[in-house]
Structures are given as C-alpha cells and as structure tokens.
Design a protein around this ligand. Sequence first.
Ligand code: A2P
Length: 317
Amino acid sequence: MHFIELASGDKMPMLGLGTWKLSRDEAYDAVKTAIANGYRHIDCAWIYQNEADVGRALKECMDAGIVQRDELWVTSKLWNDRHHADHVEEALRESLSDLQLDYVDLYLIHWPVAHQFGIPRPASGEDFASLDQIPLNHTWAAMLECVEKGLCRNVGVSNFSAPKIQFLIESTGVAPACNQVESHPYLQQPGLAEFCDKHSIVFTAYSPLGSGDRPETMKTAGEPSLFTDPVLLALAEKNNLSIAQLMLAWAVNRGTVPIPKSANEDRQIQNLAAAAVELSDEDMQTIQSLDQHHRFIDGTFWEVPGSSYTVSDLWNE
Ligand code: A2P
C-alpha cells in the first residue's frame, strides 16, 4: 500500500473504503471484510447513519488482534447542522462514541453549507443558516481546537473550492490537511488539485467510480457513464484490469486518495489491489484527456428556495 504524508507528518493509506450508501448491516459486514483483506483506511461520516456499525466492526477487528488502532486510518465528518463553534466538539464526540474510538485520524467539515442546529435534513430555506450567520472560518477555528484537545489528529474539509480554502488559510493561518471532493476521470479538477498541492493539502477522491448507486434523485437524464466508456474499457483490457481498477489505479498514480465504496468482498479485494498498480505515462495522459468536468454529485440539492445557497456559489464556478 502506498501512503501519502499529511502536513502533520501522519501517513494516510492511499486507498480507503467509502461507507456512504452502506446500510447499517452492510457497513458492519463491509468494514469487517475490508479489514480482514488488508484495508487500513475507512472513510466515515455522521450523516451516513452507520458509524455505530462501523465502530462495532472496528472494535471486533481490534479485539481479535487483526489490526491495532495505530495501523488504522479513520476519517469522520462534521454534519451541516453542527457548524456553530459551540457544537463542533460535541458533534465529534458523538462520532467518536459511535465509532468506539478515542480519536479519529482526520475530521472534515463535510460541506461548506450550514443548517440550523438540530436540522440534519432541511425541508425549507428557513432550515439553513447562511455563511454570514455561521462563517466557515469560525467552524474551522473550532475544528482546530479539537486537534488541540486530542480528539482528532488532523482536520480538513470536504466539497470546498480553492477560494473557500484560501479564506480559511487567510483568516486562521492554518490550511486544511485534506480536501475531500468528487473526482474520477470525468471530473479531474486539475486547478483544485494544483491548489491543494501548493498548500500541501491531500486531495481525497470521493465517488471515484462515479457512484452509480447514489439515490435516483441525484441522477440526471443522459448523464455520462464511466463503466461503458470505450477508452477506459480498452485501457483496462490492455492492462489486464477491471475498469474500476483502472480508475482507482489512475487516481492513486496521480497522487490522489480514492475511497471506493463496495459492499461486496470480491470487489473490495479487487479495488484494494488496484492501489499497487503502476500505469504508464501514456495511459495516464489518455485518461487525463477524458475530463469533462462532470459532477455526479452536483450540489443542486442545496439550492432550496429561500436559502442563501446556490450551486455557482457552492463551487465558486
Ligand atoms: P457494490 O457496493 O455492490 O460493490 P463509488 O465508490 O464511486 O461511490 O461507487 C460505488 C458503486 O460502485 C457501488 O454501486 C459499488 O457496488 C460499485 N463498485 C465498487 N467496486 C466495484 C468494482 N470493482 N466493479 C464494479 N462496481 C464496483
């Protein structure tokens, strides 16, 4: 397994198991099989509603001596209704309790979107809090305090654009250790990747396989399909890889950290093996040419009438 070093010196395994979309039972089973097969990086979040099941699996793996805590990388994320500085530590403590851990390796602000406290899923514009009401740099300062308290080893962000990260750096002097964003051959985000590189921010790629199992409400008619892309299919065949493995190997070879979700043990094994595959410069360039800046997770679900959030402000595009 390749590792990538964060600004703190901590080393993150360059492929992790994504846990979004796993039901509670699936999450428990998936984490157990993943760890048994060599996964050492598990990506979690409060909003996935399965952290207690992930935690049960982690504890059983550690109790059975399959893995030690310091060999594991566990990430969790602050949900949008806990952005106020008064609620950040409490939210992290809740995730730690569910995960049955004393600390997480990385804690991220999940979205640059704030809700009113206690409203995880907003139904109307009034359920949101604007970024003027709860500024991102206040949330960020509270995240940094959690590192001081030993509740997490590193802090970072998710779904943040370069200007939003720049704002955090300018107001607190501390860059996030990581930015976790959607990335796959159709959404390569070269400008953001370069910005992250410049500031020693690890670029974690969520939905690295295009997240075909995301809810129907997040799908659009006529969207492109990675798994049937003729160029990817041909390159996968040439390299004796599955198309999923090709996409994951590409992600690792370009210095990003993919976190594919799979509830299936065979596919988990296949995905982990891809992290060790080296692709030629020529194949890397061919995949680079496929970029079409297509977001499968486009953020339109935050554009609720009456809220202050728009997709163009969200991505600063
Ligand atoms: P499953 O959980 O049944 O394996 P993403 O990580 O981009 O969100 O994508 C997750 C989707 O990709 C899930 O539908 C998952 O199905 C599927 N998937 C994961 N690994 C593979 C693989 N190696 N080959 C094909 N599909 C995969």
